[in-house]
Design a protein around this ligand. Structure first.
Ligand code: NAP
Length: 314
């Protein structure tokens, strides 16, 4: 795992200040493990910076001041807030981390099972009424659609298929996935979605993907689960579809504005579940290993992993 280095690498950690306490030791441990000699800090003279470990909400927004920059390693899977930054000409790598994926699989599976099994009627309805006779179908008779079959969507689709759900998916490129029916036309996927999970990146093509027309394509009583990004859904169209019951429930982890403002109608809506962008968090220990491995590859002349396609936007 060693790397031929003639001088320590300068790695700038550019994220919210409180993140440094979380990441400093895991990054140092991971760099040691990968045989990298590095100076890791939150403040380095710009002309000396080799790599930036980055969160898009960091104060660093002008990358033109880093003349030696070799790559930006994003701490997040989503890159919509940095991908269009014209000052960034070095490669941008997004976060692909097994723990991030595992966290998303757990969150998505849990929320799909909640709606599939109708758990609310028993958990919330402890009122002495014996509600027998309402038996949920088996998973094999429940169609779950996953929009976006990338690192996270694919893992969720596989996990749901392993539980025997009738899983369908949609992505730009065709995929052969055992137990998952792939659709190339989004309307065909929407038309069968009893439960729909959004794991698309936010790009100009996916913004407002679920608008009034496409929400209308969903079967009556569909459930939406969105751990992707808020603007994938037109909020007003969703509220209208919830009002008629065409959409039975929306479980939303991500929003156009975060934190979701106090007065937003989603908070008080009986058929909306709000979670505070916690579907899956980047974990410092595993993410640090991903970052160190990528820098080691770069220093050894190997191609970087998980490089963002700046034209596609993800
Ligand atoms: P990814 O690996 O880049 O996968 C994106 C998927 O979306 C790919 O299958 C891609 O198709 C598909 N796609 C993109 N644009 C499309 C379009 N216009 N039409 C059809 N399909 C399209 O991303 P990921 O790692 O799975 O992450 C997905 C998103 O999850 C992130 O961008 C982020 O917004 C969100 N996220 C949320 C949380 C949270 O805690 N809530 C945590 C992490 C990530 P191809 O396969 O054909 O390229």
């Amino acid at each position: 795992m060693s790397t031929a280095q003639d001088k320590p690498l300068n790695i700038l950690f550019a994220a919210k200040q409180e993140r440094w306490a979380q990441y400093e030791q895991p990054l140092k441990t991971a760099f040691d493990a990968f045989g990298l000699i590095a100076h890791l800090a939150t403040d380095i003279a710009p002309e000396e910076v080799d790599y930036i470990v980055y969160a898009p909400n960091s104060p660093v927004q002008d990358f033109s001041v880093f003349p030696e920059l070799k790559a930006v390693l994003n701490l997040w899977a989503g890159v919509e807030d940095v991908v269009g930054n014209r000052t960034l000409t070095a490669p941008l790598c997004r976060m692909v981390d097994p723990s991030l994926t595992d966290g998303m699989v757990e969150w998505v599976t849990g929320h799909v099972l909640r709606h599939h099994l109708g758990m609310d009627s028993h958990i919330l309805g402890q009122d002495g009424v014996w509600r027998a006779g309402i038996v949920p179908p088996l998973a094999q008779d429940r169609k779950v659609v996953v929009l976006g079959l990338g690192e996270l969507g694919l893992a969720c689709a596989r996990s749901l298929a392993a539980l025997k759900f009738d899983v369908h998916g949609w992505s730009r490129s065709k995929k052969e996935i055992q137990g998952v029916t792939h659709h190339t036309e989004v309307d065909n996927a929407l038309a069968v979605a009893e439960i729909i999970v959004l794991l698309l990146p936010l790009t100009p093509e996916t913004t407002n993907l679920l608008d009034a027309r496409r929400l209308g394509v969903l079967p009556e009583g569909a459930v939406i689960i969105n751990p992707g990004r808020g603007p994938l859904i037109d909020d007003d169209a969703l509220l209208a579809a919830l009002a008629t019951g065409h959409v039975a429930h929306a479980t939303l982890d991500v929003f156009r504005q975060e934190p979701l403002p106090k007065g937003h109608p989603f908070w008080a809506h009986p058929n909306v579940t709000v979670t505070p962008h916690i579907a899956s968090e980047t974990r410092a220990v595993s993410a640090s290993r991903v970052i160190a491995e990528n820098i080691r590859r770069s220093e050894n002349g190997l191609p970087l992993l998980h490089v963002v396609d700046r034209t596609a936007g993800y």
